[in-house]
Write a protein that binds this ligand. Sequence first.
Ligand code: 2AM
Length: 177
Amino acid sequence: MATQRLFFALSLPKPLPQQLVNWRAEQFAAEDGKPVEAANLHLTLAFLGDVSDTTSARLQQAAARIQQPGFQIELNDAGHWPRPGVVWLGCQRAPRGLLQLASLLRSQAARHGCPQSTQPFHPHITLLRHATQRVALPAPGFHWQFAVEHFGLYSSSFSRGRTRYKQLARWPLLPLA
Ligand code: 2AM
């Protein structure tokens, strides 16, 4: 049976990806890790793993029924997870809307046979992989915020040494209050 590696995620509005890439270039040297390309920067809501077309269609139907307001994300935290060697950006206090959306998608995923990690959800944007270097905070220029007005379903594939993410579907959140 054909499957695709899928995940629900938030994309980053322009010009944020380029701003993050610029900031990263000031903070980290080439040998500090493998930078995630600007086009691939995202915040994962629920990782689904390898999913059949039937399950993908069911998950998309469930996602389309989600009705919740958009929210603001403030990127004011960063860190380094030595295993698996990830440098990430995140929030000191994740907004309730973000936690609610991720929790709903993760429980829908589990119900449709996509096992979810038992680790607590820690929303983050991965900036570097195979990273050995910690992030020194506070750092100059560190603090961004953006409005989240929709979420999407993405496929992940790896070919010719590159990871590619493709948006398969996107759903709007209700207008921000
Ligand atoms: P990461 O950025 O912390 O590695 C696509 O692979 C996205 O799904 C990545 O953002 C990755 O998070 C996330 N993800 C969550 N759980 C995963 C898993 N078990 N395997 C691969 N990616 C996972």
